[in-house]
Design a protein around this ligand. Structure first.
Ligand code: HEC
Length: 124
């Protein structure tokens, strides 16, 4: 009868693992979401500062510059990572009205998160 308590203990541990596993995953996920939201807010602040004089930054506002596409349209044409790459190298567009910007890595991270927050998932 000595083995029984051990077995019970093992079952309790296993049960705890089964019960707590998803809790840990959910906690991780909401942490990721919080981080993502924080980055997106940072990205929004950057585009408001550097880009909003021409590009629409929200889901239904109009671009101040008539030829500058709203970011919500740009994200449907390019994956956010590709845009970020272009930004990291300093955006060069053929358009004379569009100045060249060079983004710092942490700004790019924010910019991607911001673009993703406008992305196809949000627009569904
Ligand atoms: C002075 C106005 C102005 C500012 C400021 C500006 N843009 Fe633009 N941008 C434009 C215009 C105009 C176009 C369209 C160019 C064209 O179609 O020839 C454009 C095009 C783009 C495109 C290409 C879209 C496409 O479909 O090819 C991207 C990406 C872009 N801008 C990103 C940005 C980002 C990021 C910022 C801020 C860091 C920014 N722009 C700031 C005027 C501006």
């Amino acid at each position: 009868m000595k083995a029984l308590p051990l077995k019970v203990a093992a079952s309790v541990v296993a049960l705890a693992g089964v019960l707590l596993g998803p809790v840990v995953v959910v906690a991780q996920r909401s942490e990721d979401q919080a981080l993502q939201a924080e980055l997106a807010a940072k990205g929004l602040a950057i585009v408001k500062d550097k880009c909003a004089s021409c590009h629409a930054t929200g889901m239904d506002d109009a671009s101040p510059h008539e030829k500058a596409p709203p970011f919500r349209d740009i994200v449907t044409r390019y994956p956010s990572e590709n845009l970020a790459e272009a930004l990291a190298e300093g955006i060069v567009s053929g358009h004379p009205d569009m100045p060249v910007f060079v983004f710092e890595p942490d700004e790019i991270e924010g910019f991607i998160a911001y673009l993703d927050s406008l992305g196809p998932e949000t627009q569904k």
